[in-house]
Design a protein around this ligand. Structure first.
Ligand SMILES: [Zn+2]
Length: 404
């Protein structure tokens, strides 16, 4: 499959490079913001009218956007053409392998969920079996699209707890094994990019959720595991081979509980679901009891309330360290950590305020994730669309290997 990102040495920053950059910027703008007039694009992208006109015409010719005449409501004069993404025609595959389900979606340019397949994933199901089932969903969805639709790529979000097929802590090779399994299913493409769920949801919140227009943020995802999607200066901090953001394994309590990673007193052992359940005197493996503990705390059960407050203290403690390190404008809580933070927000904020540098916390907002369960698919689609925005005119159809 052809990729928009080249490993070759970049050419000099000439006219063609500038044009490509501007085409990507225009396409991405309407992808994120929806139909936009040429006049507004001129303002938003700081380009002159004739340049916007020429770029839009190129994108129309490629079938990536359409232009329609908007009605001149605001003032007399020539109406500005509206530029809209071709959401039904241009799409990406967004897949997820989650703790208890797998999902496969077609997401159109503009972030529209066009088609969705979902199945329960039993605990015992190996990740590679999930790949086979997802590949079936992808072929099935591809069979129902019109002949002139264009698939631009695919991405898979994988829950951190499932990276390793044997259920052990994730390894550097786990992503590569998954990518290879998808490549074996689709030898001629599309290529599926693998990424961590917290990274993917962080991207989704940045592009379409609570963190729109915030370029420095930390999305903190908690369930059994705790990890983060960290975005600085508008870019995801993925680290060497994509393993960045493992904030659940920051050691916060050297005398704390042993962690599955082999260390002791990791943040995850203080704020993960198991910690909440243990502190509340519940079965630490009964994930369904998390909501019950939060309800009990709200209704005044002493042990449940104390458990939530203890988690909130540790939450504020860890966030203070992250805020000092990253200096974000926004910290977003998602997964079950969303409800846990909501239950202990005052305590967490108070701990944060007492620990972090005053200059770092005065502007920091703490918020709940806003996108709901589709965030994973929308974020995965963003990663899949990346090469398209890097070089829009090189977009071409990705052939599917005939299903065996
Ligand atoms: Zn650990």
């Amino acid at each position: 499959m052809r990729s928009g990102i080249s490993d070759e040495h970049p050419p000099p920053y000439g006219q063609e490079e500038i044009r490509r950059h501007n085409l990507g910027a225009l396409l991405r703008y309407v992808h994120v913001h929806g139909p936009t007039s040429r006049a507004d694009l001129t303002t938003q992208l700081s380009l002159n009218r004739s340049t916007i006109g020429a770029l839009a015409a190129d994108l129309v010719a490629t079938g990536l956007v359409t232009e329609t005449v908007s009605s001149p409501i605001r003032r007399a004069g020539r109406p500005s053409l509206m530029v809209s993404p071709c959401s039904e025609r241009i799409y990406a595959h967004a897949l997820s392998i989650e703790t208890s389900r797998i999902r496969a979606a077609r997401v159109g340019l503009g972030g529209h969920l066009l088609d969705l397949r979902e199945a329960h994933r039993p605990d015992w199901m190996p990740v590679l079996d999930a790949v086979r089932q997802l590949a079936g969903f992808v072929r099935d969805m591809a069979g129902s699209v019109d002949a002139d639709t264009i698939l631009v790529g695919g991405a898979v979000a994988v829950d951190d707890a499932l990276r390793d097929t044997a259920g052990r802590p994730r390894t550097e090779d786990a992503d590569e094994a998954l990518a290879a399994a998808f490549a074996a299913e689709f030898p001629t493409g599309p290529r599926f990019v693998i990424n961590d769920m917290a990274h993917v949801v962080g991207v989704a919140e940045h592009v379409r959720g609570i963190a729109v227009q915030v370029d420095d943020l930390i999305y903190l995802h908690g369930d059994v595991r705790v990890s983060a999607g960290i975005i600085t200066a508008g870019r995801l901090v993925s680290g060497h081979r994509g393993l960045g953001g493992q904030v659940g394994h920051m050691v916060v309590n050297p005398h704390g509980r042993p962690c599955h990673c082999g260390s002791r007193g990791c943040w995850e052992t203080e704020i993960g679901e198991r910690a909440l359940l243990l502190n509340a005197g519940r079965d630490p493996d009964d994930r369904a009891a998390v909501a019950e503990v939060l309800r009990a705390a709200d209704q005044g059960e002493e042990q449940a309330y104390a458990a939530v407050q203890q988690i909130a203290e540790w939450l504020g403690f860890g966030v203070a360290n992250l805020v000092n390190l990253i200096n974000p404008d926004l910290v977003v809580f998602g997964g079950s950590l969303r409800e846990i933070y909501a239950a202990g927000a005052k305590t967490a904020r108070s701990r944060l305020d007492s620990m972090a540098l005053p200059a770092s916390i005065e502007h920091v907002q703490l918020e709940l994730s806003s996108l709901g369960p589709d965030a994973v698919l929308l974020g995965a689609a963003e990663l899949a669309f990346g090469p398209l925005f890097a070089d829009p005119l090189r977009t071409g159809p990705v052939p599917y290997e005939a299903a065996p």
